[in-house]
Design a protein. Structure first.
Length: 235
């Protein structure tokens, strides 16, 4: 083989090897990109799973709190049942001594209405607190999803305050549900004033209970507003 052919073959060999060396970094780069992509996918999957677990935990905690509240509500009602029956029996005996039949019937209706109104209102307020707590849970789900993107310390603090407000509202409702409202008849001449005193007591207590529920609602709304402001500032 002459020198020209040898040089030509060497040049071809160098070209091929050079091409191979030039391609190697591209293959390594592709591998690294795939590794980064795979790692990101795994992290996303782990994050989604963590969010799912948090939601399940929050759901379980929510159900536990509601069940504990229902038990507390029933316990308080049962604890005052004997006292209520005693006072109602005393009321019936006093009513029978009223000479005017129309007054007796009217007073009996008013007295029955007091208890039924308190039971109905505390039931409605309980349902309202459930909805308020549901609002907070939906906000909490959004907070959990944003945990890795922005600093949510202030929002978390607001959530803690809202949870306390909801607990206080439930306690106020349970207290109210256990209260007894029976007209205390002092004399036949004071029947109107006696009935008014009982109605005023019920209305005042219900107003304070509603205010507690309203405070819980405002606390949850504040959490949502704080989250919206934070997301707006970031975006």
């Amino acid at each position: 083989m002459n020198i020209t052919k040898i040089l030509a073959l060497n040049l071809i060999g160098l070209t091929v090897s050079g091409f191979a060396f030039a391609q190697s970094p591209d293959l390594n780069s592709a591998d690294r990109k795939q590794q980064i992509k795979d790692r990101a996918q795994i992290e996303r999957q782990n994050f989604v799973e963590e969010i799912r677990e948090r939601r399940e935990t929050n759901k379980t905690d929510l159900e536990d709190r509601r069940e504990a509240f229902r038990v507390d509500l029933k316990t308080r009602k049962d604890s005052t049942k004997a006292d209520f029956e005693s006072r109602r029996e005393e009321f019936k005996n006093k009513v029978q001594s009223i000479r005017d039949e129309r007054k007796r019937d009217l007073l009996q209706k008013i007295n029955d209405r007091l208890s039924s109104l308190n039971e109905r209102m505390t039931g409605q307020l309980s349902e309202l607190v459930d909805r308020i707590e549901g609002m907070l849970q939906r906000i909490l789900a959004r907070v959990n999803a944003l945990e890795t993107e922005i600093d949510l310390a202030d929002v978390r603090a607001a959530i803690g305050g809202a949870e306390v407000a909801i607990a206080e509202a439930r306690s106020a409702i349970a207290d109210q549900a256990g209260k007894i409202y029976v007209i205390d008849i002092t004399s036949e001449e004071a029947l109107r004033a006696d009935a008014k005193a009982a109605k005023d007591a019920l209305q005042g207590d219900l107003r304070r209970t509603r205010e507690s529920v309203r405070s819980a609602h405002e606390a949850v709304k504040s959490v949502g507003a704080a989250l919206a402001r934070l997301r707006g500032a970031v975006e």
